[in-house]
Ligand binder design. Structure first.
Ligand SMILES: Cc1cc2nc3c(=O)[nH]c(=O)nc-3n(C[C@H](O)[C@H](O)[C@H](O)COP(=O)(O)OP(=O)(O)OC[C@H]3O[C@@H](n4cnc5c(N)ncnc54)[C@H](O)[C@@H]3O)c2cc1C
Length: 386
């Protein structure tokens, strides 16, 4: 184990350890070789999703019947942490949105027909999934979303704009939240739909280049009388708001694990750097101020790890953990920001240049206190439950 390494091995059973090993091998032997090219292309190509599918790493918490591994949240957390360590944040972002944040709507709420149509293909990596909740005027305030779906014959007519949709530029199926009751309050007025890429009336509009997470793609989805078949509805009509909130629980746990991996990678890189960089007749590690800074940040990351894994285990037992999941999202994201700020500082000029791993993590880290629930929103959720 390195000074910042992960939970002791005796915590996990053999299958979960195998997920960690396989993911770490994939990162070391494949992702690190391709990451720069992915960042240039602005996407993780389908063939790389397929590779993860071949390795049995997509759908870790999906049933075997649909090509998953039926392992539950601890395996997913391990996968997220190890992908987070890759230093190419767009990789975990794209892959985990696919496996843990969008296809999960079909898994938990889809009809048998939808599961047959989509899940096996998604778990093979043949079909890429995205989730479209955010709108130009409705981000943190999900209840303000204005996209509408109204019945048209057997099907639905969708109108509105979704923004910041990761995996939308090249993805195949989008889980879209839309208002289906114009009169009821939001919690009883929103439904979810599986929208396929070739839907007439759907325009996929590229967005300006992001600050970080450069290897994941992102786009707006513009619906202008987009015609969906009747069987596109995912879950019960007008119950979609609860589906979104429920899905956020897994999403935030997984984002916490991803932040954990990113922070660990930053600390490991910085330890190596401090121990090798010569200055003032010794190394930067010989300076106590630097050792203390890294020691304290490692302790904070350890606290994040404990909360992430403890909550994943509680989730696996079916316990309700909304407060802890909100704590994870807030604590992991903010700790990661503090870690990357210190690690960039300690790298000096090296960290200020494009293309170094530490610079990349520093860029990517910015998203982790915003996406999937901003820190302030998480603190509100915690405060409500104190
Ligand atoms: C790279 C990237 C990828 C994304 N991928 C997806 C995706 O795949 N699908 C999708 O649907 N969305 C996606 N999003 C959207 C993301 O979830 C939203 O950006 C996020 O929910 C915040 O919404 P907003 O950007 O509209 O910020 P706003 O809601 O406008 O909030 C701005 C800021 O105000 C503060 N704030 C917000 N609420 C409160 C509060 N209650 N109290 C105090 N302060 C508050 C926070 O600091 C927050 O960052 C993505 C965003 C980015 C940047």
């Amino acid at each position: 184990m390195t000074a910042t390494s992960s939970i002791p091995d005796d915590f996990d059973d053999e299958r979960i350890l195998a997920v960690r090993r396989k993911t770490a091998d994939y990162v070391r032997n494949e992702a690190l070789l391709k990451g720069d090219q992915w960042e240039l292309e602005g996407t993780i190509p389908h063939e790389d999703f397929r590779r993860l599918g071949d390795l049995g790493l997509l759908g870790l918490s999906h049933p075997v019947e649909y090509g998953g591994a039926d392992m539950g949240p601890v395996a997913s957390v391990v996968f997220a942490e190890e992908l987070g360590r890759s230093t190419y944040g767009g990789l975990p972002e794209a892959v985990l949105i696919h496996t843990e944040m969008s296809s999960t709507h079909i898994l938990h709420r889809g009809t048998p027909e939808q599961k047959r149509r989509y899940l096996s293909a998604m778990n093979r990596g043949d079909m890429i999934c995205a989730v479209a909740i955010t709108e130009p005027q409705a981000g943190s305030d999900v209840a303000a979303l204005a996209t509408t779906a109204r019945r048209q014959g057997e099907g639905w007519l969708l109108n509105g704009t979704k923004t910041y949709v990761t995996n939308a530029l090249y993805g195949d199926v989008f889980i879209v939240a839309a208002r289906t009751d114009p009169h009821a309050k939001s919690s009883r007025a929103i439904s979810l739909f599986a929208v396929e890429r070739n839907t007439p009336g759907l325009r996929i509009r590229p967005m300006p280049k992001k600050h970080g997470m450069l290897s994941s793609d992102i786009a707006d989805l513009v619906f202008e009388d987009a015609l969906l078949p009747g069987n596109a509805l995912v879950g019960e009509e007008n119950k979609g708001f609860y589906g979104v909130m429920e899905n956020f629980q897994n999403e935030r746990l997984i984002l916490g694990a991803m932040s954990l991996g990113m922070g660990r990678a930053a600390l490991d890189l910085t330890l190596g750097w401090l121990r090798s960089r010569k200055a003032f007749g010794g190394t930067l590690w010989d300076l106590q101020a630097n050792r203390h800074r890294i020691a304290f940040l490692s302790a904070r990351m350890k606290a994040v790890e404990t909360l992430v894994y403890d909550t994943a285990r509680r989730g696996a037992r079916g316990e309700e953990c909304v407060r802890e999941v909100s704590m994870i999202k807030a604590l992991a994201g903010e700790t990661l920001q503090d870690v990357t700020r210190a690690c960039l500082q300690l790298h000096g000029g090296v960290g200020y240049h494009h293309g170094t791993a530490i610079e990349r993590i520093g860029r990517d880290a910015g998203l982790m206190t915003i996406g999937g629930g901003a820190t302030e929103v998480m603190l509100d959720e915690i405060a409500k439950r104190l």
